[in-house]
Design a binder for this molecule. Sequence first.
Ligand SMILES: Nc1nc2c(c(=O)[nH]1)N[C@H]1C(S)=C(S)[C@@H](COP(=O)(O)O)O[C@H]1N2
Ligand SMILES: [Mo]
Length: 321
Amino acid sequence: MLIKLKKALDVKSSEITKKEVFLNRRKFIQSAAAVSGTALLPTFVNESFSATGKKFRNLHKTKYGEAEKLTTFKAITTYNNFYEFGTGKTDPAQNADTLKPHPWTIEVAGHAEKSGVFNYEDLIKPHRLEERIYRMRCVEAWSMVIPWIGVSLADIIKRLEPTSKAKYVAFETLVDKEQMPAQNQQILPWPYVEGLRMDEAMNPLAFMAVGLYGNYLPSQNGAPMRLIVPWKYGFKGIKSIVRINFRETQPNTTWNDLQANEYGFYANVNPAVHHPRWRQDMERRLPQTLFSRQHIETQLFNGYGEQVAHLYNGMDLARNF
Ligand SMILES: Nc1nc2c(c(=O)[nH]1)N[C@H]1C(S)=C(S)[C@@H](COP(=O)(O)O)O[C@H]1N2
Ligand SMILES: [Mo]
């Protein structure tokens, strides 16, 4: 049976008066301990993952993005979309210090052999830690080049052993009004949810980021772990993930639920398919200055077509946008 993780975590110590609440909390702690202690998770110790605020060590450099000019750390960490902390671009950097990314647990549910509640360290640690420089393109027509640290999403998924029934994988962000104050407002339906078709999730480019510029993810960028799908618009890159659910049917996604005619499930970067309210064939590469507007042409699949175009063979991308 899967534990209602959020219920247990939402309980403030001042509210733990009823025996029932106390027992639920105990149950959660025990089950989390049971999962993290079992043999299914190799207890491979990699100090580079210890959550002490130290820089990552043993980083595997990859070929991804070698020739790219990086966006500044300042722009990457002060111009954000993370509506759980407000809708303004500078709100996340100003407000996200209420997030407590350590300790962190992730519930794995649905059609997989290894379901249950995982500690963040147990989910991430067994995998090779890589640096990958990816171009990121927001649906609002700005873009950045970000040196992410993280692990291959396919590696994580393989270890969770999805069954043949798993055709999609869905992700959910934390819901906690104290850690994410803008969740007190009905800006979006919470939790923020996203998903991928299984073959998209297994593509070698799909990545679970845990850091950037050699350090842990700043909270405003989705600590402690967030999805990176560089050939899709930024909103697919769901932040601060607490749940991974292997499904037989296509999951709901936040922006598609909200405005289906503007935001599709696939959300592949496509200069030929415009958003109803603005064009998608150009983008502003951040940071912009007065002297350099940095307007550049948007590329199909954000320039990653060679690696991902085959996933959409035979699909009409203007219909499946
Ligand atoms: N939980 C959550 N994830 C989210 C969002 C959000 O509002 N909430 N915004 C998305 C959008 S629209 C973009 S462009 C990227 C921005 O990521 P960045 O701030 O790290 O550049 O995060 C995505 N992930
Ligand atoms: Mo976005």
